[in-house]
Design a protein around this ligand. Structure first.
Ligand code: PGA
Length: 249
């Protein structure tokens, strides 16, 4: 399959209903003619329904920021794949560094989530990335490799072309510090290589970059070979900035 390009908005714990409406009504008035780029909005759980309604009949798609890997039962506070699918939500971000660092999400949990999502024919956006310390100690490749191989342990021999990877160096998220072109290019090649040497076809997997992507650096970052799009946090909260990013992909 030909790799696709993506522009993904991670709204994190922002936007109430009126913010969501105002953003998406504005978005709907834009000239969204870049058919090469798939746009996905990932609101908080409480805004999924409103977002689904506002995206109805548009080319943009709906994503969640998290999911639990059990089907149903006594898991207070959690949301299942089926619940998301009921709302027309097929994409889910898993393994985001904020979930790993603040909520204790482990590589093994990411693996369970990936297994569940693929068994439900949903589309995972798997986030991986090294911390500042890990990079400074020359551990970037080791970390990316561990995160990927644990997450994809049960996917061998399966079709993973609908799975998207987001490379997000932890130190670049929400800091205004973007990784350099060389760092991004090296990390994306390294990720493809990890897939290729472990029984997967790394060339068919879309790899996004995330970490302080803005309307000002998007053009330069999108030109990097092996960057298939962006996962955008802060700048996705401003419709003009997000549209400018979309247009530069
Ligand atoms: P940022 O967040 O664009 O605000 O750095 C990216 C992310 O956390 O996905």
């Amino acid at each position: 399959m030909h790799r696709r390009r993506f522009c993904v908005a991670n709204w994190k714990m922002n936007f109430n209903s009126s913010d969501t409406k105002s953003f998406l009504e504005n978005w709907g008035k834009k000239d969204l003619n870049n058919k090469e780029v798939k746009t996905i909005f990932c609101p908080s759980f409480t805004e999924l329904n409103t977002t689904a309604e506002l995206l109805h009949n548009s080319d943009s798609e709906l994503g969640a920021q998290n999911v639990y890997y059990e089907s149903n039962g006594a898991y207070t506070g959690e949301i299942s794949c089926r619940m998301l699918k009921d709302l027309g939500c097929n994409w889910v971000i898993i393994g985001h560094s904020e979930r790993r660092a603040i909520f204790g999400e482990t590589d093994e949990m990411v693996c369970h989530k990936l297994d569940k999502l693929t068994s439900e024919n949903m589309y995972p956006i798997v986030c991986i990335g090294e911390t500042k310390d890990e990079r400074e100690n020359g551990k970037t490749e080791e970390v990316l490799s561990r995160q990927l191989l644990v997450a994809f342990e049960n996917q061998k021999g399966k079709n993973i072309e609908h799975t998207v990877i987001a490379y997000e160096p932890v130190w670049a998220i929400g800091t205004g510090i973007t990784a350099t072109i060389d760092m991004i290019s090296e990390a994306h090649q390294c990720i493809r290589n990890i897939f290729n040497t472990n029984g997967f076809n790394g060339n068919e997997i879309s790899i996004l970059y995330g970490g302080s992507v803005t309307n000002e650096n998007a053009a330069e970052l999108s030109n990097i070979t092996d960057v298939d799009g962006f996962l955008v946090g802060g700048a996705s909260l401003d419709v003009e900035k997000f549209y400018a990013i979309y247009n530069q992909l």
